[in-house]
Write a new protein. Sequence first.
Length: 294
Amino acid sequence: MLKDIFYKKRRYATVRTGQAQDRGEEKAEVKEVPEGLMIKCDKCGTIAYAKELEKNLKVCQGCGYHFPMTAFERIAMLLDEGHFFEYDSELLSTDPLNFPDYLSKLKKDMETSGLSEAVVTGEGTIKGYPVVIAVMDPRFRMGSMGSVVGEKITRAAEQALEKRYPFILFSASGGARMQEGVLSLMQMAKTSAALARLNEAGVLYISVMTNPTTGGVSASFASLGDYNFAEPGALIGFAGRRIIEQTIRQELPEDFQTAEFLLKKGQLDKVIPRQELRHTLAKILDMHTVRRGS
């Protein structure tokens, strides 16, 4: 009896399954499905089962729209199973400027995302080729770059230099983290310097820009790869569209600051669909592998 009294009603979403005409008005037959079972594409409206979408690497089968991925989803998609060792997971942000509510917001993001910061770094293998990898996650402070993000990326680059492993970095960021002020902006120079040392040593660095890659991240390490790639439709830029239009007093093209626009202007080497990325990276790693006797 108590179970019947305190029964918790499940949440449902409404899905259109058909249409009929009645007195010149359009009616739709609807069915209810448990919330979270199906996902609607933000771009074309196609509705797909969540599990089927995951099998397709979170790419809409209707229009090719690339849904956001978490850091560990990208790592699982890219690296060989069971071959990932995480770096510096114990590093946590502090509040150097005593910014109001900053620590409570960090704590909330840790709880909702399950991450300690906006980037996950570590090493693993792609089809047997060893790599150091860094993957940003927009769920944590919009993927913004604070002191810990810059430090983790710099340490990852230093590990790649020491082990002479190729370094692959996935960017997904709203830019520098304002709550840390100039300390956040300093990370642009620090990460760029670490990548310059990789370049001097001849260690491969591959940058993959995802949606969105903006602000200080796009102006620093995201654009410094030996190969600069992006996912289809990714927003990539520094300042916002409205700010630029107000500054130059001109209307910008519709596709401005998209991966496809930057590819046409020579700022990217290739736009790679998610399903092809692992194979493409493995091919590049093979090209850059120094074999004995060669």
